[in-house]
Design a protein around this ligand. Sequence first.
Ligand code: HEM
Length: 440
Amino acid sequence: MSEITTQRPADRLVAGENRESKPLQSGAIPDPLTTPIDQIDVSDSRLYQQDIWRPFFKRLREEDPVHYTEDSPFGPYWSITRFQDIINVETHHDVFSSFPTIVIGDSPNGENIENFIAMDPPRHDQQRSAVSGVVAPANLLQLEPVIRGHAADILDSVPDGGETFDWVDTVSIELTTRMLATLFDFPFEERRKLTYWSDISIGSPETTGMDEGPEEEEIIEGLNDMAQTFMGLWAERAAADPGGRNDLITMLAHGEDTRDMISRPLEFLGNIMLLIVGGNDTTRNSISGGVLGLNQFPEEYDKLKADPSLIPNMVSEIVRWQTPVLHMRRTLKNDFELEGKQMKAGDKVVLWYISGNRDETVHDEADRLIIDRKLARRHVSFGFGVHRCMGNRLAEMQLRVIWEEIMKRFSHLEVTGPETRLKSNFIRGIRSLPVVAHRL
Ligand code: HEM
């Protein structure tokens, strides 16, 4: 077995390292309504940190839905902002490639962590099918009572008696981390390492505009710890009889197309990271986003209290409204014309899910959370086509279960102050959310 040592932040899921690059946007944020259209640049991660992105995308959808930004810290890129155009691009995966990376910024040293979200068929399909069993319906049925047990345990121990606590850390992170530890059959008492590894893997200034993370030395140390830990788990599971075990490491270590992955360190690490990050931030932010949304739209909270059977529809609506993954990027293999715009081979094409989900031609009052919205499932938060989120059913189940358990215990979850948000153009992250939980 070869040794894995990560030496650079380039070894992150969405890699990046210091380089002679253009600095991130700074100074005054341009006015979304009066700035000349060709200067609209939605790669500015401050738009998401400050949650002020709506008018920028509204203007693009109305005036220039397939939009070219010539100059940005991430180089030139196309923005796809309407629902149907996003679906069209994702359907043409033969032309719009996921390789070498699915975030707006390139790895500056040209090295990429390999994983199947950033591969095209047929390699993508082989690797995805090796692990997709973990979220197959039969496995989800077994997982549901386990997740419900964790949800109950976490909710029963949140502070009450009027005390404010951080919902993100106490509930959203804790529940998703326990779910991930279950999927990997990871040592339970060390589960917060999974959260930490996910947090340090989700971006860098060069790739996603995220410039608030820990120092590089700390990141390298963390990633090395992750690599060593998972190599150890792999060795243990590969040597054991897989019979009856259905955790992700066992599946990869024994899968026909993946069992030799350990000899390809970047791919091994990349796929582990993909599963950690894929299942972590996204679900975490949907849990927090739901609490925030119901407080911003109290009439929707009233509807839920009057009729908790709305929960399954509400879950889809929360995933649409929150849109935990802001974008996915593709790279054009050939010249292509879309909506009259001539794109060239090699161009970056960014699918802004956050905008597709606000498309007025698909949803009325798209900025509002409406828990009984008709066609709430009509969203692109999970993407579309061959890369459509592998964990979407698991995520929905987890969100349904947490809301069922919340409604059994609390008359009201009250947001008592402003949330803080992640500075990233890739993950729509809520970093903290002060809440008082009123028990029934
Ligand atoms: C609300 C929660 C979630 C959201 C919004 C979300 C979103 C996404 C998106 C946008 C993609 C890319 C789709 C595309 O390119 O068309 C994706 C892919 C993926 N997601 Fe999720 N995800 C969530 C939960 C999860 C969970 C719980 C897991 C854990 C198993 C997971 C694992 C993956 C994997 C493995 C991929 C790569 C699929 C592929 O390339 O074939 N996701 N997800």
